[in-house]
Ligand binder design. Structure first.
Ligand SMILES: NC(=O)c1ccc[n+]([C@@H]2O[C@H](COP(=O)([O-])OP(=O)(O)OC[C@H]3O[C@@H](n4cnc5c(N)ncnc54)[C@H](OP(=O)(O)O)[C@@H]3O)[C@@H](O)[C@H]2O)c1
Length: 282
């Protein structure tokens, strides 16, 4: 089986290279071999590789930069998934894709369900939603995993930023009114492998660890587990203006995926401990 993996240099793509390897031959072009911003290059590559499954972990993930580079963000997050889904539909193959909690409005405190209304607050969220909708309308056999607050022992993420800052600062101000579930890329990759193996039914599923926390609470737990004594002050989103507006409520209901795979997703604290240990052991 030919598995086309896009975005292998990203947090999730890196983990997927390991978890997908038992399923077949992984073809994973880096940017220098295939520029995903170029639609013609992508269709030529698909015609040449003729994959049996496409796993798309590539995306434009620079949330603030998406506000000013809208065309580039749209190409990666909306047009590319549409192109892949059309190919998957015509060739009768499965497409696995990843979406974001940023498609929701962030209102309230109730966890979002897969059929909750979407109302993105920023360009990144809008483009991710366009990608999801294009895949859903394509008629392809797709899996979309909508996840949140991705981090890992590699790449650029909140956990690593906190640990770097702890080297030079004695005090940090962290936002305490945005809630979600920090999700290790490795967990997403493991569940992706399970879903492929168990032929999970076509559809969109939330995928994150169980439980919820604010960035402030997440930071405190990172420092506690890493044995760093740093003072963490709680601030509000309004105290830390950014180009792109962030949702306050990124809580996601996990029932659909847990029932479909007959699993219990582990809690975020357990996942942080594993990911932090992996990072510290490197
Ligand atoms: N990060 C989060 O907090 C978060 C939250 C919710 C959902 N998600 C979703 O989860 C998925 C994985 O995210 P991630 O954090 O693993 O992303 P990431 O680390 O930013 O990786 C993105 C990948 O896309 C590739 N890419 C981007 N533009 C490209 C281009 N023009 N040509 C070729 N490759 C290109 C990057 O390649 P280079 O290394 O060459 O740049 C990289 O491999 C994405 O769908 C994302 O939207 C992420």
């Amino acid at each position: 089986m030919n598995i086309l993996l896009l975005g292998k240099t990203g947090q999730l793509g890196f983990e997927l290279q390991r978890t997908l390897s038992p399923f077949g031959r992984i073809v994973a072009p880096a940017r220098a071999e295939l520029d995903l911003a170029n639609a013609q290059e992508v269709s030529d590559y698909l015609a040449q590789v003729r994959p049996n499954i496409i796993v798309n972990a590539a995306a434009w993930t620079a949330v603030d930069a998406a506000e000013t580079q809208q065309a580039e963000a749209k190409r990666l997050n909306a047009d590319l998934p549409e192109q892949l889904a059309k190919y998957a539909a015509v060739n009768n193959i499965r497409l696995v894709h990843y979406s974001s909690d940023y498609v929701y409005s962030g209102a309230g405190i109730i966890p979002w369900q897969e059929n909750s209304p979407t109302a993105p607050l920023n360009v990144y969220g809008e483009t991710k939603l366009q990608g999801d909708e294009a895949i859903q309308y394509s008629g392809s056999d797709y899996l979309i995993f909508r996840t949140s607050w991705v981090y890992s022992a590699r790449g650029k993420n909140f956990m690593k930023t906190m640990l770097h800052l702890a080297e030079s600062k004695s005090e940090l101000n962290i936002i305490s009114d945005q809630f979600g579930a920090p999700t290790p890329a490795r967990l997403i990759a493991q569940i992706t492998a399970l879903a492929i193996h168990s032929k999970l039914k076509t559809g969109l599923y939330h995928l994150a660890p169980a439980g919820q926390i604010s960035w402030y609470g997440f930071a405190k737990e990172i420092f506690r587990l890493a044995g760093k004594s740093i003072k963490v002050n709680s601030i509000q989103t309004s105290d830390y203006p950014t180009l792109a507006i962030r949702p306050l409520n990124s809580r996601m209901d996990l029932t659909k995926l847990q029932q479909a795979l007959n699993i219990q997703l582990p809690n975020w604290q357990n996942q942080l401990e594993l990911t932090l240990n992996e990072y510290l052991e490197q």
